[in-house]
Ligand binder design. Structure first.
Ligand SMILES: NC(=O)C1=CN([C@@H]2O[C@H](COP(=O)(O)OP(=O)(O)OC[C@H]3O[C@@H](n4cnc5c(N)ncnc54)[C@H](OP(=O)(O)O)[C@@H]3O)[C@@H](O)[C@H]2O)[C@H](O)CC1
Ligand SMILES: [K+]
Length: 514
């Protein structure tokens, strides 16, 4: 699913209005009906009080139109206009008139107004600012946000939490009204997925307001959301007349005394994603544990007992996963540097190998084209330097990826994959996966996918998606706390199978989206 900028959404609005020969008021009405259907389906006429806070632009207009539908269906509502500007949009005014015709008189809130009392069990609809926000809200509006949050009532945001910009990070937390749920029109916003701004909405959902499909299809975006629909088109089915040689030979290079588990995790997940053969290159001390733990893997040992000191290969791997559990011993760094200078095939670089490259940036020029680098935020900072905020980070990552022709897998709650000027935001995974070893599993998975012939970018997208999906399937049995990296490996099979499951849709919601 594409992630559009506010500018692109406005362009889609304009295009739709012209092509479908409708008025902007009719489009607002569609939006309001979708909001109403969503609420009505869940509330079924319950008389819980709904407080609708509306701004003076089109986001506010959506709120006023929703209030009208709620009133028409007998809901218990109270409407407020947050009067932050003298301006009013045309469709806001139209909808204000329609409320007045029904004898609904909103309360106008201004600087110095007394804030309305709201009970914890009641509902707040936030239609104060939408994607038109272009500066921080005034102090008194921030105070209102604070008051609304302090009531602990459920906050349902219309389109986007008020005070949240679509393309930058707010300066202060109090300038944004935190939402429990956001109903985003047509497309989600990139800010729902970034570490600094994702916290402003607990959950989100998209409401289809019928913006022109062709326009949406043809408009190119810098970011997209990666789910099953994006993965399936490049999934490669297993061929009947194939053999283990068809699916590549992966080599995992890593391990050191006390960190041999990382190699086990990577090698096992590499096998689980379907690599034809897997060999590990490790220091001698890992020989018996590795051979015992993973009978399917082959082992080559270094001359050193406790760390890697030189990488001499008697095999020609299809893809290499480099760095897991490797440590930063002097001899190891040299061995990796020498290895990279000669090696020209696809590579996934992780952990200590990333840190080594960050320390010796000249090594970057030896990386083969489209090398996949899998940094967590600290490792990323060592590679690309510090950033002002999440948007700056993404821009720097794009420049880095373009300059060094590498795929950056920025690990996080929503892992973002950057290749050149595009970003791909992953949708799978859960907090249970914040545990030692899950990164090693990911490295093994991406390596194994490249070995089977996936392009490095595709391997990164599929690997990250399956890794998270496996965690999501597994966590249902373990719960967040008990989830282990090993469990994520065991879930890879079910995650593959899940790719082909067709989701059942709630029919009433489908109807609502017609
Ligand atoms: N396709 C869709 O998604 C549709 C969306 N709809 C809804 O429309 C809003 C966007 O509405 P818009 O009127 O453009 O903007 P807002 O309602 O967010 O803001 C209104 C105006 O407020 C001014 N502004 C901005 N920041 C501040 C601030 N900090 N303090 C005071 N005023 C501010 C700004 O005007 P200025 O001229 O003063 O700069 C805004 O224009 C979208 O989010 C949806 O909810 C449509 O209903 C249907 C289609
Ligand atoms: K809003």
């Amino acid at each position: 699913m594409k992630l559009f900028t506010a500018e692109q959404v406005y362009a889609a609005d304009k295009f739709t209005i012209e092509k479908q020969n409708i008025t902007s008021d009719e489009l607002m009405e569609r939006a309001a009906i979708q909001l109403f259907n969503w609420l009505h389906l869940r509330m079924q006429g319950a008389q819980v009080k709904i407080h609708l806070f509306c701004g003076i632009g089109n986001n506010g207009g959506d709120g006023l139109a929703l209030a009208r539908h709620l009133q028409d269906h007998g809901y218990n509502i109270e409407v407020y206009v947050v009067n932050y500007s003298k301006k009013r949009s045309k469709d806001f005014l139209t909808n204000l008139e329609r409320l007045k015709e029904r004898k609904i008189w909103p309360n106008f809130l201004e600087e110095g107004s007394e804030w309305p009392p709201i009970k914890e069990e009641e509902i707040i609809v936030d239609a104060i600012f939408g994607i038109g926000l272009n500066r921080a809200p005034d102090e008194w509006v921030g105070n209102l946000f604070e008051h609304l949050e302090s009531t602990k009532a459920f906050v349902l945001a219309v389109d986007i939490p008020s005070g949240l910009f679509t393309e930058s990070v707010p300066k202060r937390e109090k300038d944004v009204l935190k939402a429990n749920y956001t109903l985003s029109f047509q497309v989600p916003k990139l800010v729902f997925f970034l570490p600094q701004t994702g916290k402003y909405t607990v959950q989100w959902e998209v409401l289809d307001i019928g913006l022109d499909k062709q326009f949406l299809f043809e408009t190119d975006t810098d970011y997209s959301l990666i789910g099953k629909n994006e993965i399936l088109p490049f999934y490669r089915p297993r061929e009947k007349y194939s053999h283990k040689g068809t699916y590549g030979h992966s080599l995992i290079i890593g391990g050191s005394y006390g960190k041999m588990g990382a190699v086990q995790l990577a090698a096992r997940s590499c096998l689980r994603v379907g690599s034809g053969l897997v060999t590990v290159y490790i220091p001698k001390c890992g020989y018996i544990p590795l051979q015992t733990a993973i009978p399917e893997a082959m082992v080559i040992t270094d001359n050193e007992d406790s760390h890697i000191s030189e990488i001499e290969l008697s095999i020609e791997p299809t893809a290499v996963g480099l760095g897991v559990g490797m440590g930063t011993k002097e001899g190891t760094s040299e061995a990796i540097a020498n290895f990279l200078k000669d090696y020209k095939r696809p590579v996934v670089v992780d952990a200590d190998a990333l840190n080594l490259i960050a320390q010796h940036k000249d090594l970057l020029k030896y990386l083969p084209g489209q090398a996949v680098l899998t940094p967590h935020p600290k490792e990323l900072e060592r590679l690309i330097g510090s950033w002002k905020d999440d948007f700056d980070k993404l821009e720097k990552a794009k420049v880095f990826s373009d300059k060094h022709d590498c795929v950056l897998v920025i690990k996080g709650a929503h892992t973002i994959i950057i290749y050149k000027n595009k970003g791909y935001v992953n949708t799978t995974g859960n907090p249970g996966m914040a545990t030692g070893g899950t990164g090693d599993v990911l490295t093994g998975m991406i390596t194994g996918l490249i070995a089977q012939g996936y392009e490095p970018l595709q391997a990164a997208l599929l690997g990250v998606y399956l890794h998270g999906r496996s965690g999501d399937i597994t966590v249902e049995n373990t719960g967040y706390q008990a989830l282990l990296a090993t469990d994520v490996i065991e879930g890879i099979g079910p995650a593959f199978l899940d790719l082909f499951k067709v989701e059942e849709k709630v029919s009433a919601e489908e109807d609502g989206n017609e």
